[in-house]
Write a protein that binds this ligand. Sequence first.
Ligand code: SF4
Ligand code: SF4
Length: 326
Amino acid sequence: MKKTTFKPIAFIPAFLTIALLVIVEWKVKMPMLLVERFFPGWGWIEILVLAGYAAFIFNKLYDIRTSAVWRRRSWTIFAVFFFAQLLAGLLGCDECLMTGKLHFPIPALILGGAVYRLHIGFMPILFLSTVILSGPAWCSQLCYFGAFDNVAAYSHKLSNKRLVNRNVVKNSFFVLFLSGTILLRIFNAPLIYAIVGASIIGIIGVLIIVFFSPRKGKMTHCVSWCPIGTMIQYLKFVNPFRMKINDGCTECMLCSLKCPYDALNREDILKRKPGLTCTYCGDCLDSCHGNHIEYKFFRLSPVQSRNLWLIITVTLHAVFMGLARM
Ligand code: SF4
Ligand code: SF4
């Protein structure tokens, strides 16, 4: 097992996690932390645990030798915790639900729900805030659904074969999904139609994760199907972070074997930047022996840029761990 030494910079996401969760504790009337809901007055213990978690995960992600494994682990823990709370809620534990009102746990409904109801609620605002703060990090560490696609893609060897017709499939489905939702809205269709549609989309998504992602060695659901993933690949540019491949690249193609998001095909490498589906996850960094794949944030160095992105993303991840539930 590769050992990592503790880096003092890991205290920054820990402090930020404490600061954000203390604000939530003070400002939001309803108890948001799980411990606070069961043991009023003891929420600060959960805040400290989450701060320690943020420092630990930051340290593991900071080291490019361990970052891919720990990104997968931490993302999976988050998603399992999220769905465990949902299951407990369905079994009658109201404290494990956000408001007591159940929704479909499908990312597509962040967009679909807002269009169908003509109302921008908590989830779309949360989602857009993450895009503004950390670009595509939603799809590398924050989404409760994509974590399972990540596990599925890594369950077999990752592949460097590009996903054929990926853009045609994802863009067509996105247009179909959006127009279907708009039509439901215009014709004021009964809720049951929306529920049936959402169920079909969710079931197809799960089938893609189970049957395609392991076989393709890529996160097929996230890069070819999910409408939120499609939105993020364009919306992420409102955020100033970027990934690029510098001119020292020798086109050895080793990194193309390490991208679960199908963003390091030959043409991407020749263009010296990962493709649109790149989520800045960092899984490829360790594969480039010359460190030619770099984070970019204005005039900061690649290392400083990556550290800043990790601080923001890990803080969001730890805060979501404490607050995200249906
Ligand atoms: S593509 Fe969709 S399911 Fe995948 S991580 Fe992004 S929002 Fe989640
Ligand atoms: S190119 Fe690298 S950082 Fe971008 S998605 Fe692929 S593995 Fe992650």
